[in-house]
Ligand binder design. Structure first.
Ligand code: NDP
Ligand code: MG
Length: 379
């Protein structure tokens, strides 16, 4: 029996993680679930998966759900509640599936408690990558990628020596607006942006895919997960999302990981590594797919991708500022306060005004995150 806990169990990754658990009821047990405000779904999950402990985002929500809980389930709330689900109990692995840098504190707590991490919450690694990776290394904790591209690279690197890597290439579908010019983006709506061609995901990451910020976050994520300089990390447009990413080695061999786009595959691999178990994901038929397409990434069309990579290269608090500016800009776009193209503009403006702090500690990161959010809200 493998005991797991999920931070963000009611979201896209959270529910798909529970799908994986449900497919292997004799192998997995759920220790803790943390949700935001969807208490109806959380209650269903409680009855079905019988966790010992749960958490919701506010005390008021906790009081609302309390009368419906089966006896013996421990109930927590707020950010301390999420830390309790991450670090209390006895899970062997914690899947981090909340959105945004709000997941940082609980991810660090899970690492300090010696839990392996199934890492979906990429913003945590962008905002404080050096702290997260250092602590994981010190504590002997694995950061197992859930993101499909990083799972692909992780799989391609199985048994390989780090010094044999020439480069890694993260593939990008191009998001909802991949066939639009920048001029055509002026009047796009929230509904247009939320229509991703290949993946069904939470709202924030779907917008991040449309701006290509998601790929920028993933480049920074790859830098920290695989310990590679930015010069060895490439991005390639691949509209079909069949090749999830690939690695080139110094002998010019290229190893890629392929599959139909289904997040349950990388989620399950993070939970079962180094084993592979049966999965309901549709088998890939290359004959049926027929052809795969690739295009050079266009950094003029997607300026936020360049800003992300530049902030990654600058290091210090620059990626923290990049991430916080984007989180606020996306939230404002989703509230229809700003047009789509202003997401890029807000990020650019924030980075221009940013005073970089090298090698920041946790307090400096949290300070930068808070200040940037204020600035990005005011722009
Ligand atoms: P969703 O928006 O679908 O889900 C977010 C989850 O976080 C929900 O369960 C939500 O709860 C919970 N949550 C939000 N705020 C809080 C809070 N304050 N306290 C506790 N829980 C909270 O996001 P996704 O599943 O799409 O994405 C999760 C992460 O995984 C992101 O970092 C994303 O970039 C990454 N990722 C996602 C992929 C995907 O296919 N979706 C692919 C690769 C990476 P509630 O709904 O109850 O309010
Ligand atoms: Mg991805």
């Amino acid at each position: 029996m493998k005991r797991i806990s999920i931070l963000g169990s009611t979201g896209s990754i959270g529910t798909q993680t529970l799908d994986v658990v449900a497919m292997h009821p004799d192998q997995f047990e759920v220790d803790g679930l943390a949700a935001g405000s969807n208490i109806a779904l959380l209650l269903e999950q409680v009855h079905r998966f019988k966790p010992r402990r749960i958490s919701v985002s506010t005390r008021a929500l906790a009081e609302e759900i309390r009368p419906s809980l089966p006896a013996g389930v421990e109930l927590y709330s707020g950010s301390e509640g999420m830390v309790e689900i991450a670090a209390g109990g006895d899970a062997a692995i914690v899947v981090t599936a909340v959105v945004g840098s709000v997941g940082l504190e609980s991810t660090l707590a899970a690492i300090d408690a010696g839990r392996h991490i199934g890492l979906a919450n990429k913003e945590t690694l962008v905002t404080a990558g050096h702290l997260v990776t250092e602590r994981a290394e010190r504590r002997g904790v694995r950061l197992l990628p859930v993101d499909s591209e990083h799972s692909a690279i992780f799989q391609c690197l199985n048994g390989e020596r780090h010094q044999d890597i020439a480069s890694i290439t993260v593939t990008a579908s191009g998001g909802s607006f991949r066939d639009y010019t920048r001029e055509q983006l002026v009047n796009v709506t929230v509904e247009d942006a939320l229509r991703h061609p290949n993946w069904s995901m939470g709202a924030k990451i779907t917008i991040d895919s449309a701006t290509m910020v998601n790929k920028g976050l993933e480049v920074i994520e790859a830098h920290y997960l695989f310990g590679l300089p930015y010069e060895q990390i490439n991005v390639l447009l691949h509209p079909e999302s069949i090749i999830h990413s690939f690695v080139e080695f110094r002998d010019s061999s290229v190893i890629a990981q392929l599959g139909t786009p289904d997040m349950r595959v990388p989620i399950q691999y993070a939970l079962t590594y180094p084993e592979r178990w049966q999965s309901p994901a549709e088998r890939l038929s290359l004959a049926k797919v027929g052809r795969l397409n690739f295009r050079e990434m266009d950094y003029v069309r997607y300026p936020a991708l360049k800003l992300a990579i530049d902030s990654g290269k600058a290091g210090g608090t620059a990626p923290t500022a990049f991430n916080a500016a984007n989180e606020i800009a996306v939230a404002r776009f989703l509230r229809r306060e700003i047009p789509f193209l202003q997401i890029d503009e807000i990020i650019a403006e924030v980075l221009q005004r940013h005073n970089n702090t090298a090698n920041p500690d946790l307090e400096q990161i949290q300070h930068c995150d808070a200040l940037t959010r204020k600035l990005a809200t005011s722009l």
